[in-house]
Every structure is written in C-alpha cells, then in structure tokens.
Design a protein around this ligand. Structure first.
Ligand code: SF4
Length: 455
C-alpha cells in the first residue's frame, strides 16, 4: 500500500511531473438575486485569530449576515470548523458537494492561515494542516495499481477543489493574504499565501482574482464589510467594489495608518515618545505607520474603539506583504526615521512655537481682550495676559486672517457689545428665596438691579 502525496496545486510535483492547477470550470455563479449563499471557511496554518476577530465585528455583525437581516443581502450559511455544530463527515459533506459543483446555491470560500507545501510534510507521512479525510477511500486504486489509504485531507487540497466554482475566494488575515508569520525566513513548511497558491491567472466563477483582507489579526469590520460588498455585487445590487492591485479593498487600505493616527500631530511637530507610555508619536520607538497601509486607528480595532497606536503600540507592519521579515528588528526606529524624523524635528520646532502663539490667541474670548484688557475671569487659575510681543503677533495674525474682502464677524464699531464695560458681578448673591411669590420676585429683582444697574 502506498500513500500518495497530498496534492499541492499550483506547483510541479517532481515525481510525476504533474502540474497541479485548479481545474478551469466554465459554469458561473448564478447572478442575483439569490436567497442564500454558503460561506466555506478553510483554516490552514492559522492561530484562529481571524475567526475571533470576525466574530467580534460590529459593522456588520456576523449574526446579521447569518440571519439575513441586512436589507437586500442574501442569508449566509457559514460552514466553519470551529463554529459549526456538525462534526466529521456531516460537516465536510457540504464542502464535498461544493467541490463537485452539486451545491444548490452559490458559495464563497474564506481561507484563514497560510498554505504549507504539503509535499514537505508528506516526506514523513504527515501533513501540516488538514480538514476531514481524503474522499478517496482505502479501496480506490490510485492509477499505479496501488491503493490509497484514507488520510487527512490538506485544507489546501480542499481549496484547490472548491476554487473554480466559488463565486469569490477571500483570503483573511496576513497569513492567507501574503504568507505572514508562517512564511517568515527560515520557516520549515514552505508556507505561502492563497494568491501564491492559486496563481496569477486564477479567477473565481464570478471572474474575480483572490480578494485579500490582511491584518494580524485583521479588523473584523474590514472583513465583514468586504463580504457584504461582495454579496451586494452578487445580488446585482451594487458595483464590484474597488480593489487595489494586490486585491485589497481599496477604500480600506489606500491610506497609510499614519494618516489616520491620533499621534500624527506630534509627528508633524517633531515631538517623539522616548519610552512606552508616552503620549507622543511612537516612530522613534519602532513605529512603521508612515509606510503601512492600514486603517486600524481611524476605524478602531473593535466596535470603533482601540487600535495599535491608540493604545500605545507602535505599528509593526502586520498588514503588509513584507511582514514580518521587512519590519525587523521590531520596536526599533525604522531606518527612514533618521531623515523624516529629523526633518520633522527641525521644522516642527518652529511650527510648534508659532502654533503656541496662535493657540494663546484663540484660547481667549473676544470680550476678555476688548473689554477686560486681557484679564480672564476664570476662578480656576491665573491666565497669562498677552504681553506686547504676543499682542503684536495677534494683531498681525488677525490682519492676515481678514485680509482682502474677508469681513470680521460682528458690528464694526465700538458698541459691538451693546454696552460699555458691564458691572462685574463680584458680589452677586443667589436670591434668598426662589419660591416664586410676589415678595420673593421683588427681592430678586432688587438684587439684579443692584448688580447690573438700570440700562
Ligand atoms: Fe505615525 Fe506611528 Fe507616529 Fe502614529 S505613532 S503618528 S502612525 S509614526
């Protein structure tokens, strides 16, 4: 009895010279509207972080997709190795129907984790990641007069079988999109991404290349939103969402994380954190945000809250194809910081001071400047009055602000406050009685007249 190497489509099998490619299939997924869509989750070399992230998403929620409560969208039937109730063959049966093209509804495949080169594992009669048993039974001949033993079926083989008929293939997380940590330098598994595995020419039944939603873990909201957009397209309710040249949803990944970072103002003014816990920009303690395509800070990690830099963690580039090898050593300033950080520091030094002067000007009510001679009536502390230098700077700033035809707000005369300097209510007491009787009202009126005088 021989055990055949698990097939690894997309690569040449040295022993047989077979080029194992996913079969081209002519049938196309039905165009909408459809009532249900199956989503087959396949887990390769993953840590399940993507699953956790997706189940925690809030916009839209997995539950909303599964219950079909989003107007116009079909109900999603999720087949998930961890979340599904079925086990064993009851669980894998639907996968096999889909692979044979016998499912009664369109389906998408979602791949989590990277894809190992199973030929390596086969050298020791093992496997790296598998789901269910190979559908070849132990008494089927493999073509050499030998018989196959039933063995765990590599998840990648399932993907290869299902890919041609899928309406779309979605790679979730950095392992599936680019290879991620399992494919880091020195890895023993030959790990690769879904895109590497299926190849450049792969097209789904809807004519789509692999869709990539990276991140380690990815934002659940990014993924669910992409699924919802694809379902709308499948329903004929919306255009094909825009994807970039690497198959990422363009509207989610076109900007760098730095552009949406809550600390970007510090970077611009050249003020940098020196240790963890500091509130300033983290670039000098290892943040790669300026060159990383990601929306985690602008969107928030979960429920629009959190995100790496928002909670004090420098960006280590986990959404990028070059992760992790091109971002090591972690937590050290990226080499480009020497130029850009020092340029920000130099320019920011002057900008920061000019902004402080303007901030002093706009942090004061006009009344305080015009009627109180700069004194601020705050009981919370002494606020510095503008000195001659600041007054001059404020004067010229205002000239610039209202240069040309721009009109200053309010009336342009000395009576703009409708009165001269008002009496200060230093001794104002609360009315003794607020019961609303004629007597108490009269007394309150007297108090007010005493304070304000009559106009
Ligand atoms: Fe940019 Fe990182 Fe600094 Fe945020 S912490 S401003 S992403 S360099």
């Amino acid at each position: 009895m021989t055990i055949q190497a698990p097939r690894t489509p997309g690569v040449v099998d040295d022993a047989s010279e077979r080029v194992l490619e996913p079969e081209a299939r002519q049938n196309r997924a039905p165009e909408g509207p459809v009532k249900v869509v199956h989503a087959f989750w396949l887990a390769g070399m993953s840590c399940d972080g993507c699953s956790i992230s997706v189940t925690g998403a809030t916009n839209p929620k997995v539950e909303d997709l599964l219950n079909g409560v989003i107007p116009g969208l079909p109900k999603v039937i999720l087949h998930h190795p961890v979340l599904s109730m079925e086990v064993g063959e009851d669980f894998t049966h639907a996968y096999e129907l889909a692979a044979k093209g016998e499912l009664d509804a369109p389906y998408v495949c979602i791949y989590e984790g990277s894809i190992a080169d199973e030929r390596i594992a086969h050298e020791t009669n093992g496997y790296f990641s598998a789901m269910g048993l190979s559908s070849l039974s132990s008494d089927e001949e493999n073509g050499d007069g030998q018989y196959e033993a039933e063995m765990p079926m590599p998840t990648a083989d399932r993907l290869a079988q299902m890919a041609p008929g899928a309406a779309a293939i979605l790679a979730i997380g950095t392992c599936a999109t680019w290879g991620g940590i399992p494919s880091a330098a020195g890895n023993p598994t030959g790990a690769m991404s879904v895109m590497d595995f299926l190849g450049k020419d792969y097209r789904s039944a809807l004519g789509l290349p692999v869709i990539n939603v990276p991140g380690c873990a990815p934002l659940g909201d990014n993924f669910n939103e992409t699924v919802a957009a694809i379902l709308m397209f499948l329903q004929g309710m919306g255009p094909l969402p825009e994807f970039d040249e690497l198959g990422r949803p363009a509207w989610l990944f076109e900007e760098t994380v730095h552009r949406g970072c809550t600390r970007a103002g510090y970077y611009e003014e050249g003020v940098f954190a020196e240790e963890y816990g500091d509130k300033e920009c983290l670039v000098e303690i290892g943040c790669w945000g300026p060159v990383v395509n990601c929306n985690i800070v602008s969107r928030g990690a979960h429920g629009n809250k959190g995100g790496c830099m928002a909670v004090g963690g420098p960006c280590i580039g986990c959404t990028m194809p070059g992760f992790p090898d091109k971002f090591v050593p972690f937590y050290e300033a990226p080499p480009g910081t020497f130029v850009s950080g020092n340029a920000s520091r130099t320019l920011g030094f002057g900008i920061r001071r000019l902004r402080a002067v303007t901030n002093h000007k706009v942090n004061r009510e006009v009344r305080w400047d015009e009627l109180y001679g700069g004194e601020v009536p705050s009981g919370w502390g002494d606020v510095e009055k503008p000195g001659p230098l600041k007054k001059t700077a404020h004067f010229f700033y205002e000239k610039l602000q209202f240069m040309g035809n721009k009109k200053k707000p309010g009336r342009d005369d000395s009576k703009r406050w409708h009165t001269d300097m008002p009496p200060r209510a230093r001794n104002m007491q609360a009315p003794h009685d607020v019961s609303g009787t004629a007597e108490s009202e009269g007394r309150a009126r007297e108090d007010v007249d005493e304070t304000w005088g009559s106009r």
